[in-house]
Ligand binder design. Structure first.
Ligand SMILES: *Cc1c(COP(=O)(O)O)cnc(C)c1O
Length: 407
C-alpha cells in the first residue's frame, strides 16, 4: 500500500502530534489476524490484551468482517431521526441474548455508563419518588467505568481524577465485595448500585461467592436498581455469556460495549426491562451514531456468534488450562493469580520486576500484554486463540520471570 508509513515514521508522527494520554509499548502494528498481530517490520505478536476484551472474537473475524462489508455496501448512517432496517432486529436479538426487553444503543462504554446513570436517576425521581436532585448511586472502590467527567467523579484512581474537578455529586463508594457496607450505604435517596461483576481494570478482581446474588437481593429489597457494568466482563470472556451468569443473577440494567462491536467499531448498549428503560421519552437522550446501521449489523453478527454457547465453552476450557499453567508460576516471580474464564490477573512480585518491565520483555518475545495498576498483568487473549499458542505465550511469561529471578 502506497499510504503506509514505516514504523519509525509512525512513531515520530505520534510523538509530534498525538496527545500523551497513553504510554504504549514501542510496537507499531500494521496488520492483524485472529489472535496475532504483525508490526511494520513483519514481526508477529500474540495478542494477550485483545483490545481490553473488545477483540474477544479475535482480529477481523471473518463473519464479523463479512457483516460489516455487506452493510457498508447498503447504508451506514441514517441518524435516529429516521428508522433503518437493522435497528429493531439488533435490539430484539440483544434483548433475547440478555433475557430482557429493551435496548438503548450507544457507542462507547463510557456512554453506556453515562446513559445508565441518567436513566437510574430519572427512574428514581419518576418511579421511586426520590425528591428532585437528591438521587444517590452507590459504586464500589476500585471501580473502572470510563473517562467522562461524571464517571471519574466516583473513581478512586488519582491519575484518572486529579486536575479534572469539579466533580459530579451524588455518588457513594463502598468496598467491592462487601455486602454489609453496601447495605449501609443505601438509603431512601439511593436509585442504583453500579458495579462491575468482576473488576477488570482493578486487576480481574473477583468478588466473594454469593456477592452478586446478595447485591441482587439487596437491590430488590430496598427498591434500588442493580446496574451491572459487563462492558469488559460480558460476551463470553468469563466462560459464560455474562459474568452475572456465574451466580444466575439478572441485573435491572446491564451495560455492554467493547466486544459488542466485534473489534470493528464502537458499539455499546444499556439493556433492561421497560419498567426502567421506559422512563426515556423522545428528546430526553440521544446520540448521532448510537444504533447506526453499520453498528447494528456488526452487533447482530456478534450476537449470532454467541448464540450456540460454543465460544463461552471455549473461553471456559482455555481459561482452565491457562489458570492451571499460571498457578504454577506462583512463587516464581508471581505472587497471586485470579482468573475466571479466559481472563486472568497475574500479580508480579515487585522484587522481580514491575508489570511494565514484564510487558516490555514479553513484547521482545512476541507476546503483547498490558499491566494494570503497576504490578498486575491482565491476560485476556482472544477466545478464538489456539491452545498451543496460549501455552507458548505462558511459557514466554515463565521465561521472562525466570530471566529476572535468575539474575
Ligand atoms: C472499558 C470499560 C468502560 C469504558 O468503555 P470505553 O469504550 O472505553 O468508554 C466502562 N466500563 C468497564 C468495566 C470497562 O472495562
Amino acid at each position: 500500500m502506497e499510504n503506509t508509513p514505516s514504523g519509525s515514521t509512525a512513531l515520530a508522527l505520534e510523538q509530534a502530534h498525538t496527545a500523551r494520554n497513553y504510554a504504549p509499548l514501542p510496537v507499531v502494528i500494521s496488520q492483524a489476524d485472529g489472535a496475532w498481530v504483525t508490526d511494520t517490520t513483519g514481526v508477529r505478536y500474540f495478542d494477550c490484551l485483545a483490545g481490553y476484551s473488545a477483540l474477544n472474537f479475535g482480529h477481523r473475524h471473518p463473519r464479523l468482517v463479512q457483516a460489516a462489508v455487506d452493510q457498508l455496501s447498503r447504508v451506514t448512517l441514517t441518524s435516529r431521526a429516521f428508522h433503518h432496517d437493522q435497528l429493531g432486529a439488533f435490539c430484539a436479538e440483544l434483548a433475547d441474548l440478555t433475557g430482557t426487553e429493551a435496548v438503548l444503543p450507544m457507542n462507547t462504554g463510557a456512554e453506556a455508563v453515562e446513559s445508565a446513570l441518567k436513566i437510574a436517576r430519572k427512574w428514581g425521581y419518576e418511579i421511586k419518588g426520590v425528591p428532585e436532585n437528591q438521587a444517590t448511586i452507590v459504586v464500589a472502590d476500585g471501580n473502572f467505568h470510563g473517562r467522562t467527567t461524571s464517571i471519574i467523579s466516583f473513581s478512586g484512581d488519582k491519575d484518572a481524577t486529579a486536575g479534572f474537578g469539579p466533580y459530579t455529586p451524588g455518588f457513594r463508594s463502598v468496598p467491592f465485595g462487601d455486602t454489609d457496607a453496601l447495605a449501609d450505604a443505601i438509603d431512601a435517596t439511593t436509585v442504583a448500585v453500579l458495579i462491575e461483576p468482576i473488576q477488570g481494570e482493578a486487576g480481574v478482581v473477583i468478588p466473594p461467592d454469593g456477592y452478586l446474588r446478595a447485591v441482587r437481593h439487596l437491590c430488590t429489597d430496598r427498591n434500588v436498581l442493580f446496574v451491572a457494568d459487563e462492558i469488559q466482563s460480558g460476551l463470553a470472556r468469563t466462560g459464560r455469556t455474562f459474568a452475572c451468569d456465574h451466580e444466575d443473577v439478572r441485573p435491572d440494567l446491564m451495560l455492554l460495549g467493547k466486544a459488542l462491536g466485534g473489534g470493528i467499531l464502537p458499539v455499546s448498549a444499556v439493556v433492561g426491562g421497560w419498567d426502567v428503560l421506559g422512563v426515556l421519552r423522545p428528546g430526553q437522550h440521544g446520540s448521532t451514531f448510537g444504533g447506526n446501521p453499520l453498528a447494528a449489523a456488526v452487533g447482530r453478527a456478534v450476537i449470532a456468534l454467541l448464540r450456540d454457547g460454543s465460544l463461552q465453552q471455549r473461553a471456559q476450557r482455555l481459561g482452565e488450562d491457562m489458570a492451571g499453567r499460571l498457578d504454577q508460576l506462583i512463587g516464581h516471580g508471581v505472587t497471586a493469580v485470579r482468573s475466571r474464564g479466559l481472563w486472568a490477573g497475574v500479580d508480579i512480585d515487585p522484587a522481580v520486576a514491575t508489570g511494565r518491565q514484564i510487558c516490555e520483555r514479553l513484547m521482545r518475545r512476541g507476546v503483547l500484554a498490558k499491566e494494570t495498576h503497576g504490578a498486575t498483568i491482565r491476560l485476556a487473549p482472544p477466545i478464538i486463540a489456539e491452545t498451543t499458542d496460549l501455552t507458548w505465550a505462558i511459557e514466554q511469561l515463565a521465561a521472562v520471570l525466570d530471566e529476572r529471578t535468575g539474575q
